[in-house]
Design a protein around this ligand. Sequence first.
Ligand code: SAH
Length: 249
Amino acid sequence: MEIPQLPLMLDLWQSTINWQPTQSQQQKFQELYETILIGNQQQNLTRITAPEDFWEKHLWDSLSGIAPLLETDSPSHHIPKNAKIIDVGTGPGFPGMPIAISKPEWKINLLDSTRKKIVFLNNAISLLQLQNATTILGRAEAVGQESYHREKYDLALIRAVGQPSVCAEYILPLVKVGGLGILYRGHWAEEDTVNLESALSKLGGKLKSIQSGQTPVSRGVRNCVYILKTTPTQSQYPRAVGTPHQQPL
Ligand code: SAH
């Protein structure tokens, strides 16, 4: 199978998120791309396969959500140097894998409920020799009730898993008080804010900010929603497997 080369885009990285991959990180992005294209022949991992699309909609998009945290002197939020991160419903590893490649000092857990995706990720992690990434096979509703994971993360991320209040119920129980949750969204409407704030009041969170922007090549709409965990989540959340999705808060 002929694998194309990903574009480098150093100027765009710099101008949009004030960061650039090193040569070895670019090499790992390429290896991730190859691993996903090969894995795509076995299972449906992603429909985004052209090199420019993969760069923009997977690599750039994954890192844009944490861009405010990459600024070392950022006043926006303090994430410890060796932060513990969880990516909920990571699928083929987004946004978690590009983040693991870019932030070797962060420890990333990739959670998904589909065994085949986890098998793929375990293989990818070992091929790319990522020392800071591990996987968890399970449902967010169940993992959020395990003491080993509950309120243990400095940062929880979620992209393309469900509506905002469902995502909030999946991630907030996993975040430490004082930690941060990030929802990666496309379009965002005023009523999304109203619904999310009502869910957050039950989950111990507070809406911190919403960063609106466009992807740098195809100008797609992006909204990143930053949530602060302010008080411990009551033990009834997350509710039983399936309930958050069937009866959103
Ligand atoms: N975040 C990735 C994948 C999105 S597809 C991306 O943006 O490309 C949604 C993924 O979430 C699927 O892989 C599915 O298995 C997983 N998922 C859905 N509900 C889940 C739950 N309750 N707990 C854990 N994973 C879940």
